[in-house]
Every structure is written in C-alpha cells, then in structure tokens.
Design a protein around this ligand. Structure first.
Ligand code: HEC
Length: 215
C-alpha cells in the first residue's frame, strides 16, 4: 500500500513538472513557416555576406565593407577623442576646454552628472570626493584613489581629467566604455562644482543647479 502511495506521489510530481514545462510562459509554440517569423538579421557593422553582396561590389571596383571609416562620428555624438594614450597626449590634453562650460547646466543635467559620478567614480573617489569611497575604505582594494579635494588634484586641467577617464592612468583603469565623451565632460563638470573653484570656475547657473541638488 505504502509503495503504491509513493509511486503515485512520484508519478503526480513528474506529471506536474511535465505539464509546467509545456506551452506555458513565453514559449510561442510551433512556428509555421519560420522564415516568415524570424527574418535573417542584417548586422549594421557586421560582415554580411548576403549572397556575396560585397564580393559583387568589389568586382565592380567598389570598396565597401559596411564598416564606417575610422574617426566617424555618430549623429548627435561629440567628436571622438583624438589624443593618444601617451605622455604627449596627456600633455596636449591640458589645452582642452570643457565644451559644456559654454552652456548653462540645468538642474536635471547636473543631477544626471552626479548620478554618473556616484556610479563610475564615487565607488573609489568617494561621494565627498576625498578619495575614500566604499571600495578603498573596505580594505579590499589596494590602490589609493586620488583625492579630488587635494590642491594638486584640483589643479589638474579639465583636459587632464578627460584624458584620465578615457585612458586611465597608472593604477586607475579606463572608463571610456562606460561613459560617452559627453558624459565624461558632465562628470568633470560635476567634480568641478563640488571642488569649489577648480581650474575652471563655475558659472553661476551651474552653482545654483548644484546647490539645489544637495541633499
Ligand atoms: C576602481 C577605482 C577607481 C574608479 C572607479 C575611478 N578611479 Fe580615478 N583613480 C583611481 C586610482 C587608484 C587613482 C590613482 C592612480 C595612481 O596615481 O596610480 C586614480 C586617479 C585619478 C585621477 C588623478 C590622475 C592624476 O593624474 O594623478 C583622476 C583625475 C581620476 N582618478 C578621475 C576619475 C574619474 C573622473 C572617475 C570616474 C569616471 C574615476 N577616476 C574612477 C581609482 C579609481
């Protein structure tokens, strides 16, 4: 009797699993004519050998690969960074100006800049900009992040900051894949607003905006 009960239990459990794994959830079931449901994707920057398309172009003397030429700037994006990752590039960066300085920063823009700073920089450099973020404070991270409130770090140019975010420096890594060039300039603007009179003085608009974002 007991065995029969156990067998019945196992059977009903198995039945339960099978019935759950069936047509429930987002399973669309069987696709009739899958070619119509799932189109063959054409990857913008990938190699798309759709029936030898590029080969036939080449035979006609047209050198087109589908890949944009180096230095191409996407619509709406800031011009890409032209300085190289070496000491000459770092020195040349000093002459760059923050392109956002010519426009008034809205409250929302500065709030977004703060958000980006706290995600990508604050974890090391700290929400007080003192270089004592949760990562170094926790003791599991050996390198010592720069203290943005220290006079020598404050004195570094906006371009130097941009170069450091783009390529990293010594023990700090690059944040180029996390932040677009424009976002990098916003983060720098945020840091400047918190440093209180860095190498580029704040516009009154920025100051008012950051004052009102203070908690
Ligand atoms: C994972 C930790 C970490 C994060 C995140 C980080 N940094 Fe750093 N940063 C460092 C360390 C460590 C140094 C010191 C590098 C050295 O001198 O070896 C440093 C140094 C710097 C310096 C000084 C460079 C110099 O020339 O002395 C600047 C400027 C800087 N970081 C900006 C930023 C900005 C802006 C962000 C956010 C986009 C950021 N860092 C995110 C760890 C970090």
């Amino acid at each position: 009797m007991k065995r029969i009960l156990i067998a019945a239990g196992v059977f009903s459990l198995a039945l339960g699993f099978v019935s759950c794994g069936g047509a429930k959830g987002d399973d669309p079931g069987r696709a009739y004519m899958p070619d119509m449901y799932y189109s063959r994707a054409y990857e913008t920057y990938g190699y798309n050998d759709v029936e030898g398309e590029f080969d036939s172009l080449k035979r006609r003397g047209i050198n087109y690969t589908g890949v944009p030429v180096p230095g191409t700037v996407a619509r709406g994006e800031m011009i890409s960074y032209h300085l190289t990752n070496d000491s000459a590039g770092l020195a040349a960066a000093n002459s760059l100006k923050n392109p956002l300085d010519s426009m008034a920063a809205t409250k929302a823009a500065m709030r977004e800049a703060e958000r980006l700073y706290l995600i990508y920089c604050g974890v090391c450099h700290g929400d007080k900009l003192d270089g004592n973020g949760p990562l170094p404070a926790g003791g599991a991270y050996a390198p010592v992040p720069a203290n943005f409130t220290a006079p020598n770090i404050k004195a570094l140019s906006d371009g130097h900051y941009f170069h450091v975010i783009t390529y990293g420096i010594r023990t700090m890594g690059s944040y180029a894949s996390q932040l677009t060039p424009e976002e990098r300039w916003w983060v720098i603007k945020y840091i400047r607003s918190k440093q209180g009179g860095g190498s580029t003085a704040d516009s009154t608009a920025t100051k008012a905006a950051t004052d009102s974002t203070k908690k």
